[in-house]
Design a protein around this ligand. Structure first.
Ligand code: B4P
Length: 192
């Protein structure tokens, strides 16, 4: 199984690259952001909780996020038999530890982590741009600013966590999406 974690700041292109990767390698895509937005759309109780955090640019609590991830993995065993792209998960060290335990219990592990490196001013530009079309409640300057702060404080320590395990592959995330994909593909070819 090829299990890839897509890692990076908000707007770094995790979702964009994941979409191409699943088609190229026949992997199953789990975007925790998409799972939450789907719940918000359907008005579930998880969606109501998630909305409050997302609007403030904060992370959903770890325990909740870990349970959601485990149920998505277990509900899609057949579709995920070649492997999974984890897009936007983990976002904290406890989530990364939980992922390790979860995959180990299912006889597999993280094959590699692709970190997309994009300067902050470009991230802000991309997200503001997306906000004009997507109508996403978190793509406005105030929320983007707190999402970047949350990323720097809570998510970026994962770089060291995965580097120490020899799993981190940083990729330059600027240039068009196709150029970035060629860089990502090189990493995948080397680890699969
Ligand atoms: P996500 O849905 O994961 O969103 P993201 O980090 O903002 O976006 P991503 O990096 O995927 O950017 P994209 O490719 O779309 O999270 C949303 C929220 O959900 C979080 O803030 C949090 O509250 C919550 N959440 C999610 N997972 C969680 C977890 N595990 N724990 C707790 N809370 C969680 O790209 C952005 C834009 O850039 C697009 O418009 C795209 O077209 C453009 N773009 C991409 N690549 C480009 C390129 N190379 N060149 C030019 N433009 C590019």
């Amino acid at each position: 199984m090829l299990n890839i974690v897509m890692f990076g700041a908000p707007g770094s292109g995790k979702g964009t690259q994941s979409e191409v990767l699943i088609k190229t390698y026949g992997l199953f895509h789990i975007s925790t952001g998409d799972v939450l937005r789907d719940n918000i759309k359907r008005g579930t109780s998880l969606g109501k909780t998630a909305q409050e955090f997302i609007n403030k640019g904060q992370l959903i609590p770890d325990e909740l996020m870990v349970d959601i991830l485990a149920s998505v993995v277990d509900d899609n065993k057949e579709a995920a038999k070649n492997g999974v792209i984890f897009d936007g998960f983990p976002r904290t060290i406890p989530q990364a530890e939980a992922l390790e335990t979860m995959l180990e219990a299912r006889g597999t592990k993280v094959s590699g982590v692709i970190g997309l490196d994009v300067p902050e001013e470009i991230l802000i530009g991309r997200l503001l741009n997306r906000g004009k079309e997507s109508g996403r409640s978190d793509d406005n300057l105030e929320t983007i600013t707190s999402r970047l702060e949350v990323y720097n404080n809570q998510t970026s320590p994962l770089k060291d966590f995965y580097a120490e395990k020899g799993l981190l592959h940083m990729v330059k995330g600027t240039g068009g999406a196709e150029v970035v994909f060629e860089r990502v593909k090189k990493v995948i070819e080397a680890i699969r």
